[in-house]
Write a protein that binds this ligand. Structure first.
Ligand code: SF4
Ligand code: SF4
Length: 475
């Protein structure tokens, strides 16, 4: 049998060689002999017997060399020449729903200039639709979630807006109703929400804590940065209003970690300063960052140079994360945790995220969308909660977004985690949800390589820390 290298990415962690196997998402440390085997096969494919003889001629014992080849074949680092297979299968036709993102309202009391819902790049067409969800629609949404969850024993509801807390009474009714329904079905349910924090009050905080509702606060760092774009309609910044409320939230909500979510823009790029402020001065448990989703010509878009600067700061924080992890401590930079979690679970994606698959969004009107970023958009509607999913449209969306359809990605070693990137970003940038986010490739590969190196170091020096990623789901 002729053997060749399968698709793999080599990297070093703490001075030790590793490989990341693209078809399986596996990560392996290499001993001297397996590294030599890979180097030999890098030159050209070999008959297995010739490979064995070459390793023996290089000083390896015959039995040792045979075991090494067998192990590399078993782990799929080596494969029969010409026998390359597709990395992932087609998405199953009926995938059980796990998470429903319910947009309680499309109204917001802030006017953040980069908002994907209201800003210049918005995809929503809310005209003539309800601004606030009615209880009847909410009930239908919950029924829809359970009906689509199939035999899942755990489901999740995320509350979203607009500003989520502008419809807090409905949130409480949904929790009551869905909890009853879940108990009757013997299904576990949990909840989370995203908020701009302006409307937090002691009784709301108490309710969120009592009901173990996870909270993510959208906030962009210290006052001078946060208030650049996170403003009220009159242009006034939101920082002074939200900080006392966030501090109260962090003091009183003891049942779930509280996260901050930062949107990076051309003028808000001091990643390290923002992290220090939100984590150490304000006290968030986790802080995650994402560059703004926008057309490249907007003033607040981050250009290529800006992205390099952001990645360099991400790198610095990621190494800090590693040092914490090696001491067994949690650091709180959630971008690293999310990627390590996917690497640890050996994820190899057919689609970039769960949108349209295990996750769906529902808008105030009851229209179903692939995720919260597409709610209220007629173009992206996948049905209505009173009638169910439009399977044909769902399949069309998933087929279009499948990694098989993204030719640019087929030879990319980072595709098991990236799979072409966010559909919403692709739509805003290229007008097509199925387009690969090619403007981010260097960033994605640089980031994935960095996280692989950190993963390798943790796996070698403090493997017990990786238990944190057994359950964690990327945000
Ligand atoms: S979008 Fe770029 S980084 Fe992502 S899988 Fe495709 S080619 Fe790779
Ligand atoms: S990655 Fe993009 S498409 Fe996927 S759920 Fe998030 S916003 Fe939606």
């Amino acid at each position: 049998m002729q053997l060749q290298l399968s698709e793999l990415h080599q990297f070093e962690a703490g001075g030790n060689p590793f490989v990341y196997l693209v078809p399986s998402g596996g990560i392996f440390a290499l001993d001297d002999l397996s590294r030599r085997t890979i180097e030999v096969l890098k030159q050209r494919p070999r008959e297995a017997v010739d490979l064995l003889e070459e390793l023996v001629a290089g000083g390896a014992g015959r039995e040792q060399a045979r075991n090494c080849i067998e192990e590399l074949v078993a782990t799929r680092a080596l494969e029969p020449a010409g026998g390359r297979q597709a990395a992932v299968d087609e998405a199953p036709a009926a995938f059980p729903l796990q998470t429903l993102v319910i947009n309680l309202t499309n109204q917001c009391n802030l006017s953040c200039q980069y908002c994907y819902e209201f800003g210049e790049d918005k995809v929503a067409t809310p005209e003539g639709k309800p601004k606030f969800m009615e209880f009847e629609t909410a009930k239908q949404s919950v029924d829809f979630l359970f009906a689509e969850a199939g035999s899942r024993k755990q489901v999740h509801i995320t509350f979203f807006g607009g500003e989520t807390l502008m419809n807090f009474p409905l949130l409480k009714r949904i929790v009551d109703y869905s909890r009853q329904e879940a108990a009757q079905r013997g299904v576990a349910i949990d909840y989370s929400l995203t908020t701009n924090a302006t409307l937090l009050r002691p009784e709301i905080i108490e309710y969120l804590s009592e009901n173990a509702i996870g909270v993510t606060v959208s906030m962009d760092g210290p006052k001078e940065l946060n208030d650049q774009l996170r403003v009220f309609a009159n242009g006034k910044g939101s920082y002074d209003i939200i900080v006392p409320k966030v501090k109260e939230l962090l003091r009183q909500h003891r049942t779930r970690p509280i996260a901050a979510r930062v949107t990076l823009t051309s003028g808000v790029r001091d990643v390290i300063g923002i992290f220090r402020h939100l984590k150490e001065e304000i006290g968030f448990h986790e802080v995650g960052f994402a560059p703004v989703t926008t057309s490249p010509n907007r003033l607040y878009a981050i250009g290529e140079k800006g992205l390099d600067d952001v990645l360099a700061q991400f790198e610095q924080l990621a190494y800090e994360y590693r040092d914490y992890a090696l001491r067994g401590e949690l650091h709180g930079f959630s971008n690293v945790s999310d990627t390590l979690s996917e690497l640890h679970q050996g994820i190899s994606k057919s689609h970039p995220c769960g949108a349209g698959l295990g996750l769906l969004g529902v808008g105030p009107s009851g229209d179903i969308s692939p995720c919260h970023r597409f709610v209220d958009s007629d173009t992206h509607k996948l049905g209505h909660v009173s009638e169910g999913l439009d399977r044909e449209k769902q399949q069309e969306f998933l087929k279009h977004g499948h990694i098989h359809a993204k030719y640019d990605c087929h030879s990319c070693w980072a595709r098991p985690l990236c799979a072409g990137g966010c559909y919403h970003e692709a739509f805003v940038r290229y007008g097509d949800t199925g387009h690969a986010n090619l403007h981010y490739c260097d960033w994605i590969r640089g980031w994935t390589d960095l996280c692989l190196r950190i993963y390798g170091e943790i796996a070698t020096q403090n493997p017990g820390f990786l238990k944190h990623f057994d359950q964690r789901k990327a945000a």
